[in-house]
Design a protein around this ligand. Sequence first.
Ligand code: BT5
Length: 323
Amino acid sequence: MKNKIIEILLSNIGQPLSGETLSQQLGISRAAVWKHMKNLRSEGCNISAVNNRGYTLLSMPDSIHPEFFNALFSGRRQLHYFDNLLSTNDKAKELAKEGCPSGTLVIADTQTGGKGRLGRSWVSVPGKGVWMSIVLRPRMHPSQMHKITIIGALAAVQTITVLTGLPVKIKWPNDIMINGKKVCGILCEMSADMDEVDYLVMGIGLNANLDSEDFPEELKKIATSLKIESGCPVSRLELASSIANRVCEIMNFLEETGDFSSVVKEYKNYEITGRVRAFGSGRDVTGLAEGIDEDGALVLLTDKGDRLHIISGEISVRSIEGE
Ligand code: BT5
């Protein structure tokens, strides 16, 4: 019943709904409707009640609990919520191995062993960020999997732009930046044989409502949050559900049309170009990052004049400042 009420309120957000309409739609008395509204208010929903006009949902609480989440999560996909996990990516891989469907989402209020790429760690402050992983089963060749990181980054920047209007940028392939500081990172891990992908887990870590003092000293100069940049808190619920919905939308579009060029075109609105050093996998070069090509590879014009197309996830690309 609670889910149903939240769903109806959400689809009429900002619009008044009379007690009569709600009691008819839900098949309960007006007194019962009133009681549910009272409970939802005590859980942080901002609902106004005006005589003769009815109830209006003004805003949702900053809670990522499933009862709120499910109402926003399109396609009735599986949702696994945890107060605390080592890593949502690890949990998602476990579920994927057990056969969970594509689109399954794992979300945690905090992670104690959040992972970055190449063995690095990810700071996941309790109750202040979006720490989540999406299981995908793309019908794509394993050699194309780098495209999924591009899709994750695009879904994240599009959502952040719509919800906050902040000037968000992508540093290839997986760093989402605002004013030169990292606000979000993406970690894709896949299980595949030579020709086929079994599953891919896309982990997204987004600093939503962290304050400066929440970051450990070593991250203070290089990391930021949406709240720090915009000056006001953002709904983690809206961020998480919108990003997850957007990832699945773009994936469906790609699988139906095979048209990756539209994804690239959109991505290009946000990409950071400029001088970089690319290193790893036996390579160490400096040059000009020109942006991604039609396959999602980074085009790097090296100082020696070679034009490289980098797709390996084992290569790190760092901006070179002051040049
Ligand atoms: C990433 O790695 O940027 C991928 C981060 C993915 C995290 C998500 S959270 C949900 C899911 N479950 C997981 O266990 N992981 C995923 P990388 O490019 O390697 O960046 C890692 C580096 O970013 C660290 O070495 C720090 O310097 C920095 N860092 C760590 N925590 C940060 C944070 N909260 N905000 C900004 N930078 C951070």
